[in-house]
Ligand binder design. Sequence first.
Ligand code: PXL
Length: 291
Amino acid sequence: METKLPKLKRLCAVNDVSGFGKCSLTVALPVVSATGVECACIPTALLSTHTGEFTGWTRRDLSDQMLPIARHWAGCGIEFDGIYSGYLASPEQALLLEEVIGTLAGPDTLVVCDPAMADNGVYYSGFDGAMTQAFRRLCARADVITPNVTEAALLSGAEYRAAPHPREYIERLFDGLERHAGRYIAITGVHPAEGVIGTVVRDRETGDERSEMSAAYPGMFYGTGDIFASAFAALLVRGAGVGDALAAASALVREAIERCFVRGTPRPYGVDFEGALPDYVRRVQEIFSRA
Ligand code: PXL
């Protein structure tokens, strides 16, 4: 007998290709696909590596391709259930991205913006306050935003605080982000206490807040914000509830970090999300078999 499968949900990932270092599109594509969501992509720039710790990287800006790609797809009648953006090469690209969203988004398209521009209290190479201004505008257009603590501080205008992050500080960040966000704000890299790290989500419609915490490992883990945002965006686009999406995306990041820590992978090379994908796929299947 013929079985009828539901229509595959389709997400457009707007992010750079860092050829080496497992961040941006090189993690968005496999993670979104593993979520059972089709992943189209608009590359914002092509780099040899990400810009953290590596030196001498190459970089080509692809701004001139963004709108032509979006217009081509629109002309072909291709529709999107979600648009998820990460690293942008310049503040100008944020304006272009607004036009891309205007070209591709229908009334029900979920817009997820990860304002990837800073970490640990400092901007990524080449960025400054102009990037914060640009992301404020873009985040206001999004349904979901996923800043880390540094980005939340920059966007909200609050001071950046290194760990630990008391509850009142996180509430201040959430409150300061109210003007620059849609329904859900997910702040990643929150350290409520020594040895604990995770993500806190506020639903602005209901006021509910929920968090998912893990054991913190020392040092920087590159690309984990991108892995979290890719999984969170794809799960929401596929129709998961925010609690399930937060738990599954957090578990993927947690396991990827643990595996790379045990293995002793050089930190700039990225985390072992590959080995964490089988458990992630099982969690995704469990979420949608309940639905
Ligand atoms: O993971 C965020 C990111 C994405 N893309 C590029 C980066 C970084 C962080 O350093 O440099 C190019």
